[in-house]
Design a protein around this ligand. Structure first.
Ligand code: ZN
Length: 469
């Protein structure tokens, strides 16, 4: 028996009654008027109350039928035309006039979540496996803010052995406006980055080959950044800055990559009376990655982990999803879980299911508003997560769309599989076939995830725990 947690909107509709037969066992269809349906977003549940006057003329015996158990296919068969048909085949109806239907509307109420859990149960704890980055709750406090306006100064540096042949403006054009636009879009407008470039090459004191990039340590990286900041300090007032990045001459091949810098309080970069605990420095690969280099590294500055594998087959965990995996991936939008940890999804956009059978409609992750994540905790540090991916926005190149199912485990450190797409197949390194098709069921441990139906608004998903006795 399913338990209805909330009734946001409740309507009583008369049946299409054209018969008063005494005893009916044939199929009857209830059609909900399109005008009623069109005024609301989604029907979360429908229940029919039977006034069984045939048996007891005086006494009313209401029976409630949950369409999601018995009528799912019939309910959605006319979804696109906003006609909702319910077939009734299993009950004897004494008088159709005495039957009414309750329609429960809403866009995000998890009305068929059995014994729903408080959202705190799905906020997997941050296990501090690395200390500087992680995707558990609460988000690591030392990292960069992820909401609102953020001013980022840009310092350009070159070297005696790698004198830039490009202007700073030319290098800056690799980043902008792509880098700012990306975060504005994928955060649903919640993160607004403004670059403040200082168009001047600052000549570093040592040749590029002497900054230790082949075996870069925290201290070598910090020395490099501190020197660049000290050079730029004459021209830039960092006291009003939220962050800065160091852009090296991209032709300096000794700086082969562009890592993020993350420090504990007391060990950060100090300038103009402030200490900065997060930054990023570009390298030669800026030319290869383009503007998304910044977005990946700034993801780390905000605490996101690497989703590719540091060892072994590099993209076996998440394939071509999220720029925190492969920067140049096909599904460039972030995972909904990443958006949740950054505060771009609110708690009320996430459903936390308990054991039993739960059904929810999730809306595409690329668009703002509505329920985005369907989660079920499976251990103290792990959860099954389902989100809907569509070929729109930064995901526009996705060849296959639909629900994407993955496991988040906050006890698994960065670069070793904190997120894994299901069904997990190590030989599949792009995962582009992973979105489910209608009717498909994915089994993981003793859980099943079923894709029930889809329409332009979202995907209807059922999660069930299978008990083996
Ligand atoms: Zn990374």
């Amino acid at each position: 028996m399913l338990i209805y947690k909330k009734y946001r909107f409740l309507f009583l509709l008369p049946l299409f009654a054209c018969s008063t037969s005494k005893k009916l066992t044939t199929t009857k269809i209830l059609t909900v008027a399109p005008s009623v349906v069109a005024s609301k977003n989604t029907i979360n549940s429908i229940a029919i109350d039977y006034a069984d006057t045939h048996i007891e003329p005086i006494k009313t015996i209401p029976k409630t039928i949950d369409y999601k158990n018995d009528y799912t296919e019939n309910l959605f068969q006319d979804f696109k035309s906003n006609k909702y048909n319910l077939e009734e085949t299993s009950h004897e109806l004494a008088s159709l006039e005495n039957i009414s239907a309750k329609l429960n509307y809403g866009t995000s109420d998890p009305d068929t979540i059995q014994n729903p859990l408080d959202i705190s149960n799905c906020k997997l704890p941050e296990m501090m496996t690395r200390g500087d980055v992680g995707i558990g709750f609460p988000r690591i406090a030392n990292r960069m803010k992820s909401l609102g306006n953020l001013t980022i100064n840009i310092v350009f540096v070159d070297f005696s052995d790698a004198v830039s042949t490009m202007t700073p403006q030319e290098v800056y054009s690799i980043l902008t406006p792509y880098a700012e636009d990306y975060f504005k879009t994928v955060s649903y407008g919640k993160l607004n980055i403004q670059f403040k470039p200082n168009f001047k090459w600052n000549r570093m004191s040592k040749p590029s080959s002497e900054y230790g990039w082949n075996n870069l340590t925290f201290h070598l990286h910090k020395e490099y950044i501190q020197e660049a900041i000290n050079l730029a300090d004459a021209d830039i007032d960092f006291s009003n800055s939220d962050a800065f990045i160091i852009i090296a001459n991209p032709d300096a091949i000794e700086l082969k990559n562009g890592p993020a810098f993350t420090a504990y309080p007391g060990a950060g970069i100090k300038v103009d009376g402030k200490e900065f605990l997060s930054s990023a420095t570009s390298g030669h690969d800026l030319k290869f990655w383009g503007g998304l280099w910044f977005n990946h590294e700034f993801g780390h500055e905000m605490s996101l982990v690497d989703l590719y594998a540091y060892q072994g087959s590099e993209h076996r965990f998440v394939g071509e999803y999220s720029i925190m995996g492969l920067i140049s991936c096909t599904g460039q939008d972030l995972f909904g879980w990443e958006k949740w940890i950054l505060g771009w999804l609110n708690d009320d956009q996430v459903i936390c299911a308990n054991s039993g059978i739960s059904t929810a409609l999730i809306t595409p992750i690329e668009t703002a508003g509505g329920t985005k994540l369907f989660t079920m905790p499976i251990s103290n540090t792990a959860a099954i997560v389902v989100e809907s991916r569509r070929a729109i926005g930064y995901d526009k190149k996705l060849p296959k769309t639909g629900p994407l199912v993955y496991i988040v485990d906050t006890n698994i450190p960065s670069g070793t599989g904190t997120i894994k797409i299901l069904p997990f197949d190590e030989t599949d390194t792009n995962k582009l076939e992973s979105p489910m098709v209608v009717g498909q069921v994915i089994y993981y441990m003793n859980y099943s995830i079923k894709f029930i139906s889809t329409d332009i608004k979202g995907d209807l998903i059922e999660i069930k725990r299978i008990d083996f006795n």
